[in-house]
Design a protein around this ligand. Sequence first.
Ligand SMILES: Cc1cc2nc3c(=O)[nH]c(=O)nc-3n(C[C@H](O)[C@H](O)[C@H](O)COP(=O)(O)OP(=O)(O)OC[C@H]3O[C@@H](n4cnc5c(N)ncnc54)[C@H](O)[C@@H]3O)c2cc1C
Length: 404
Amino acid sequence: MKEYDVVVVGAGPVGSVAAKYAAMHGARTLIVEEHSSIGSPVGCTGLLSTRAVRECDIKPSEDFVLNSVRGALVHPMSGESLAIDGKKTKAYVVSRKIFDRRLATMAAENGAELWLNSRVNGIKGAGGKKQISILRKGETERVEAKVVIAADGVRSMVAKMAGLGKVSKILPGIQAEVPYLSDDTDFVELFVGSQAPGFFAWAVPVNESISRVGMAIDPVTVNKREMNAHQLLEKLLSGNSHIASRYGGGKLDLVMGGIPLGPLQRTYSDGILIAGDAAGQVKPTSGGGIYTGALCAKIAGEVAAKAVTEEDYSSDFLAEYDRRWRAKIGKELAMGMKIHQFIGGLKDSELDELIASMNNPAILDTITRYGDMDHPSLLIKKMLHPSRSIHMLKVFRAFAKAVL
Ligand SMILES: Cc1cc2nc3c(=O)[nH]c(=O)nc-3n(C[C@H](O)[C@H](O)[C@H](O)COP(=O)(O)OP(=O)(O)OC[C@H]3O[C@@H](n4cnc5c(N)ncnc54)[C@H](O)[C@@H]3O)c2cc1C
């Protein structure tokens, strides 16, 4: 049986970053990926904040950056759209295929071994080393590891097997890359209200003639309306007059995936760490998981390597991972969940009113100065300041009650 210090399950962005950090800190590391290709298939818009790209330790470059954006146009169900201009590049639209491959390459360059076409289908061993059963090229192979890092995505088998419970909810997401004449490729477009029940829809420009149009929805809200994500996307493409007038027809690519919100109560056990989507380390306000996932993956890689050095793979030792990532983003994720619940519970008319109330130069200036797609709580605190207008305060009073 082959022996490794650390085995990482899943070569998505989180698995690759975790493996790189474990290997960099001296651990003999193996990444196991069930697909035969890195970065494909992948259900993602590929909208990454500048900070998210930095967090992955790579420089934005032409090989994976397809477009840069500096702001957002928010379209309510009725009323004027809200233009939020960040004034400088805030995010990149990337090719996830090339981005993910870059991260996997970096893990390999730091010494991690990578097995493709290899599915982890069982992990055994309590207290000491783990025996991992892997279906590889049609045959079962067994390897041994001191620490397993589960970066196996939203429906994590490892988290389930380790008895670490479930994330609070999983939002179905769907997206099509389509011919779409964008008014301004510097701006993403967001569509809120019952056109994307419980969350929001988007049109993210890849270039002047192609955008990624999709939505995530809250199953609780949608079930009441008896429409699935496919039907809602079709309705958006043909029924939303703003989109319909820019949409050229047909689809170049269609992806679906789940977005986990509300992290696991516990992300470690004896010899096991859970990271990324598998742990629900996703921003509940946007559904983005690369920034938060990469941040946690680095800590997971470091703690796993430290456990190997100190020959202690117990859950008590590995709890350091849980403490460290929660200290960095735990509060932000908790606040994000409250914002998500508050916004998701508003009626169309209330959302229209909220957006109309923000369409004011002073508020827009505050958004430009403090808006941060990775840390929305900072803006919320500024918005709730008592100096805001009475009109604004009326809307935000309910908000403050819900989130603070
Ligand atoms: C429609 C949609 C749009 C999104 N848009 C954005 C966005 O614009 N920006 C953003 O930041 N985030 C976005 N996200 C979220 C983002 O895609 C995820 O947060 C991110 O991919 C999580 O990375 P990960 O490495 O944790 O998991 P994944 O990328 O899901 O990788 C998990 C890997 O584990 C492998 N695996 C699973 N089980 C096993 C097993 N048993 N054995 C071996 N391998 C296994 C899988 O094949 C996969 O490669 C979006 C999500 C959806 C659904």
